[in-house]
Write a protein that binds this ligand. Sequence first.
Ligand SMILES: Nc1ncnc2c1ncn2[C@@H]1O[C@H](COP(=O)(O)OP(=O)(O)OP(=O)(O)O)[C@@H](O)[C@H]1O
Length: 241
Amino acid sequence: MTNSSAVVVEDLRVRRGTHTVLHDLGFEVPRGSVTGLLGPSGCGKTTLMRSIVGVQIVESGTVTVLGHPAGSTPLRDKIGYATQNPSVYADLTVSEALRYFASILRAPAGDVTRVIDEVNLGTHADHIVGELSGGQLTRANLAVALLGKPELLVLDEPTVGLDPVLREDLWLLFHRLAADGVTLLVSSHVMDEAARCGRLLLMREGRILADDTPAALRTSTGADDLEQAFLSLVRRQETLA
Ligand SMILES: Nc1ncnc2c1ncn2[C@@H]1O[C@H](COP(=O)(O)OP(=O)(O)OP(=O)(O)O)[C@@H](O)[C@H]1O
């Protein structure tokens, strides 16, 4: 393991129910990168993110985050995790909900305004969470993950339901955070988001198909776009199987 890696996963095997969902995965996520975790629905992206955040029971292997075992106490205020299903209380306003989470996380008072601005929810700060649109709720959920300036952000499909302008704004925010040294792991099942990432982990059926930059993936597969590159890797894997 190198100091330049925020996440190191070795031989990770996870079983959920009767199925092995992750098959002996190994990879590293460089610090200060925006790494995309892409693959079809059900391939194991959320399970892998849960393992990194430390809320998933793993069968074998190790996950080391910022130099500590995943889920260990020193990581408590160093990781921001936005789940796919927003966990923001529906009967509070956006500001109230964020103030509540900020107090639990012992984040500075000014953080609430900062994160509301970062996700462009300033005009809805006093709106009840339960009355937000889907895209606004997604952004409120993301704002919670940004509280306290975590060193690692694990974002599960953070751009679902957002229009192209808001998606663009969020990707710019992700890259600004990375330029400040934050490491971001961002999942998506939409291949057109892959090109926005500095690095890509392409997953299929609980395995990593590729771990590279978008440019290197295009070159190694000879594909023009990343969707074609992914399909080419799938065909290659099927031929080898
Ligand atoms: N609680 C659970 N019990 C048993 N199996 C589960 C459970 N949660 C998920 N699975 C299974 O684990 C596999 C991986 O699920 P996971 O949610 O990690 O996929 P994903 O790539 O994040 O999918 P999506 O893009 O649809 O969110 C799927 O086959 C799913 O059915």
